[in-house]
Design a protein around this ligand. Structure first.
Ligand code: NAD
Ligand code: MN
Length: 358
């Protein structure tokens, strides 16, 4: 029996709802497979802990989760606590020290789901966005000076390092190479940002030479929003900085039907630290506690986690089960225009797993 130790950190808001649904689905997959087991340890870190104890996670939190095979994460964010406190206190407090520098965000239209783009069907939009996840605009460098005075200053300094840029671009080139179209689009803003972004472009020109079988192109981030909407078929694998890819991947999720569907993997490709898998969405304050959050983004993230753990068969079974449920259209969550609750979608996916052929 292969046993995977998973640190489950549901966090805040609907994170708690979709992660418990995701763990149910993982158990169903393990039961069907029979050869592996998911051993989840629950960490109650988040805004409730912050309000009770003054910190989102304990001081030795990273030591506690470092031995795990992977982290299954919900969301950090609560209406009672400022967003930068929750995000830096939990999600970024894990991503950065664990050097999860490659954030992988697949976006494609699932069967039975209608894109808001007119005439765009499954197959017309099949992307993977690779987000630099350790530095850039979210490096955390900067400060506030003269706080509260009229001449107050606030600075966020974007930090680009040659090593950081090269490793994520190589990761994206490798990923592009593994996909049928072997095409990578570099997103930049080197017309306006003439230091770090010009270096970002120059390093790409150098490293892409090692990948003669991958075709590439380069787009300014503002033009990229237009291309994503008007010519989705022209894109395949995409690499962008931390901020750019953050914004573009929410757009990508919306274009595939809903933010509630979108998954992500925060990878430490060298496996020196555990990688973290989470739906792209946040705590969704407007629907907390109603039991109506779409859990599919969490399920798809669980599939990426299984893939990372080496359980490719179970990962594929889960994607097939998700696609059967969206394709059949009988059990449709509210963000996709239906009436189904989180529980009903979860039961439908578990039933599809049970009925799947080996
Ligand atoms: P959000 O993703 O929480 O919500 C945006 C909109 O999408 C809301 O209308 C919400 O109801 C809807 N939505 C999101 N996920 C859904 C789902 N699974 N099913 C149905 N509808 C869904 O983004 P926001 O409102 O910008 O952020 C809310 C809080 O979450 C903030 O505190 C923010 O900092 C935090 N956040 C955390 C993460 C993270 O931890 N990875 C990511 C994004 C936002
Ligand atoms: Mn985001």
């Amino acid at each position: 029996m292969r046993i995977y130790n998973i640190a489950a950190i549901p966090g805040d808001g609907i994170g708690t709802e979709v992660i418990s649904a995701g763990l149910e689905v993982l158990d169903a997959l393990a039961a069907r497979d029979g050869a592996f087991r998911i051993q989840a340890t629950h960490f109650d870190w988040g805004a409730d802990r912050y309000l009770a104890k003054g910190a989102m996670m304990p001081a030795d939190g990273l030591d506690q989760i470092k031995p795990f095979d992977a982290i299954f994460f919900g969301s950090a964010g609560d209406p009672r606590v400022p967003d930068h406190v929750t995000l830096w206190g939990l999600r970024l407090a894990i991503c950065q020290p664990f050097d999860q520098y490659a954030n992988v965000r697949p976006a494609r239209i699932l069967p039975g789901v209608t894109s808001p783009l007119r005439g765009v069907a499954p197959g017309d939009l099949d992307w993977v966005i690779v987000r630099e996840n350790s530095e850039g605009e979210y490096a955390g460098a900067g400060g506030r000076v003269h706080q509260g005075h009229a001449h107050e200053v606030g600075m966020d300094v974007a930090v680009f390092t040659r090593a950081g840029v090269e490793r994520v671009q190589r990761f994206a080139l490798d990923l592009a190479r593994s996909r049928p179209r072997k095409h990578l689009t570099l997103v930049t803003k080197s017309n306006a940002q003439r230091h770090g972004m010009v270096m970002w472009d120059a390093i790409f020109e150098q490293v892409k030479g090692d990948y003669p079988d991958v075709t590439t192109d380069k787009v300014l981030v503002d033009a990229m929003t237009v291309r994503m909407v008007l010519k989705p078929q022209t894109l395949d694998t995409i690499v962008a900085t931390n901020l750019h890819a953050d914004v573009l991947s929410d757009l990508a999720a919306a274009l595939t039907g809903s933010l509630g569907l979108a998954p992500t993997a925060n990878l430490n490709p060298e496996r020196k630290f555990p990688s973290m898998f989470e739906p792209i969405h946040g705590s969704a304050f407007d629907i907390i506690g109603q039991g109506i959050a779409n859990p599919i983004g969490a399920f798809w993230s669980a599939s990426m986690m299984l893939e990372h753990l080496g359980e490719a068969q179970a990962a594929a079974t889960l994607m097939t089960a998700i696609e059967q449920v969206t394709g059949a259209g009988r059990v449709r969550p509210r963000d996709l225009g239906g009436q189904a609750t989180t529980h009903e979608v979860t039961e439908a996916v578990i039933a599809a797993i049970g009925g799947a052929n080996a």
